[in-house]
Design a protein around this ligand. Structure first.
Ligand SMILES: Cc1ncc(COP(=O)(O)O)c(C=O)c1O
Length: 432
């Protein structure tokens, strides 16, 4: 199979991009897709098959983006397609309760340690926004503590020093966020206990909000004991501990990072894998907190398509595939990928190091360990961009930003891994 990319200037992608630029801001519906950080135009996709993407020009790529995380089972997995097709044939939306949302909620409660009750939304952004509203209502406090480089969706008050697309575009805070909204957000460096202690003592926050395994500044794992420290510190300060497991939930283990680390938050935010590639997200947590949400309680939150039958059916079908052996495979694959990439960089003499856990990998172009957003920002972004462009030319589709993670899936085979590591060896070799 030839995966090398042709370089014709008049590709179908280029034509569509020209049309899109007239109609959509920046030609896209979510900024990172524009690929500006790696100095090229976006690629328009025609279809996905397992771990492969096929673009509108018929070029095939190994996909390590996987729709930014939801597709842990791969593209167009037959069991998921069948579940969605059956749900669609029975009607796409009712604005009334259905069986699939009860089944999905049962799965969430069974798997995620913090989840005693669940409220579904359509996006992770909505779920974050609603979880912090609930935390404020429960504590009677306003401030939220978040970590630099973490991303919790485009919630006004949470955009300060955010990772993901904002880090990629170099936007420290978005215009349009009011001073009042920003004032209620306190940002501290990840892995910095003293900073957390200081703001908890001074700030009286409603919540300490974190991605337990931050993956929106690249993957920057917590240092030994840091999550347990956050748990204790939040309780001591009368603040709720909120884990944003939109990326890590059902990915790094059956019950997310909280199960893996044995640190249970008060509230948890879920998304991505939860909807199996369709729009579904949720917030969940302790029963006494969740029963404050309307109509059980007075904290208002609603959604026309919340708990949508297509999305909940896709979620149930996806979770059914995620048994113990699935996580063993995902873990082995992620480990091999990280080791292969690091070895390729070493052979080429390029300073780069891989961070990885089950289902998440980042290759940082840095000669130092990356333990904070400041460290991630100090990476060689030009080298990362050159690497991504070279990999695309060889048919390997990577997150086009240093501040994101790769998403291994159950559909990636040893052949996909080999092609990726061989390509990395070539590209890194040419970068010297
Ligand atoms: C950790 C985290 N939280 C929240 C979100 C927002 O989710 P959504 O894009 O579905 O609004 C994202 C999106 O990437 C995320 O990575």
């Amino acid at each position: 199979m030839c995966r090398r990319m042709a370089t014709s200037a008049t590709t179908r992608s280029a034509e569509l991009y020209a049309r899109a630029l007239e109609l959509l801001p920046g030609g896209v519906n979510s900024p990172v897709r524009a690929m500006r950080a790696i100095g090229r135009d976006p690629i328009f996709i025609a279809r996905g098959e397992g771990a492969d993407l096929v673009d509108v020009d018929g070029r095939r790529y190994v996909d390590w983006v996987m729709s930014w995380g939801p597709l842990v089972a791969g593209h167009a997995r037959p069991e998921v397609v069948a579940a969605v097709s059956a749900a669609a044939a029975a009607g796409t939306s009712f604005g009334a309760p259905t069986r699939a949302e009860v089944e999905l909620a049962e799965q969430v409660v069974e798997r995620i340690p913090a989840a005693e009750m669940v409220r579904m939304t359509s996006s992770g952004t909505e779920a974050s926004m609603s979880a912090i509203r609930l935390a404020r209502a429960a504590t009677g406090r306003d401030a939220i503590v978040k970590f630099a480089g973490a991303y919790h969706g485009h919630v006004d008050g949470l955009l300060a020093d955010a990772g993901s697309g904002l880090a990629t575009a170099g936007i420290p805070a978005s215009p349009g966020v009011t001073a009042a909204q920003a004032a209620d957000t306190i940002v501290v460096p990840w892995n910095d206990r003293a900073a957390v202690e200081r703001v908890l003592a001074e700030g009286e926050p409603a919540a300490l909000l974190c991605e337990p395994y931050p993956a929106n500044m690249g993957l920057v794992l917590p240092e030994e004991g840091f999550l347990a420290f956050l748990r204790e510190a939040a309780s001591a300060a009368g603040a709720l501990l909120v884990f944003d497991e939109v990326i890590t939930g059902f990915r790094v283990s059956r019950g997310g990072a909280e199960e893996r680390e044995g640190v249970i938050p008060d509230l948890v935010i879920l998304g991505k894998v939860l909807g199996g590639g369709l729009p579904a997200a949720a917030y969940a947590g302790r029963r006494d907190l969740m029963e404050l949400v309307a109509p059980a309680g007075g904290v208002y939150q609603a959604g026309t398509l919340s708990g949508n039958p297509l999305a909940t059916s896709a979620g149930v079908a996806t979770l059914r595939l995620l048994d113990r052996s699935a996580y063993e495979r995902l873990d082995g694959l992620s480990r091999s990928l990280a080791e292969g990439l690091e070895a390729a960089a070493r052979e080429a003499g390029v300073p780069a190091r891989a961070a990885s856990t089950t289902g998440l990998v980042t290759l940082f172009f840095s000669d130092r360990p990356v333990r904070s957003y400041a460290d991630a920002r100090a990476c060689d972004l030009d080298a990362h961009a050159a690497f991504c462009r070279g990999m695309l030319e060889r048919g390997v589709y990577l997150p086009p930003s240093q501040f994101e993670a790769w998403f291994p899936s159950l559909a990636h085979s040893p052949a996909h891994l080999e092609l990726t590591v061989d390509s990395a060896r070539d590209v890194l070799g040419e970068m010297q």
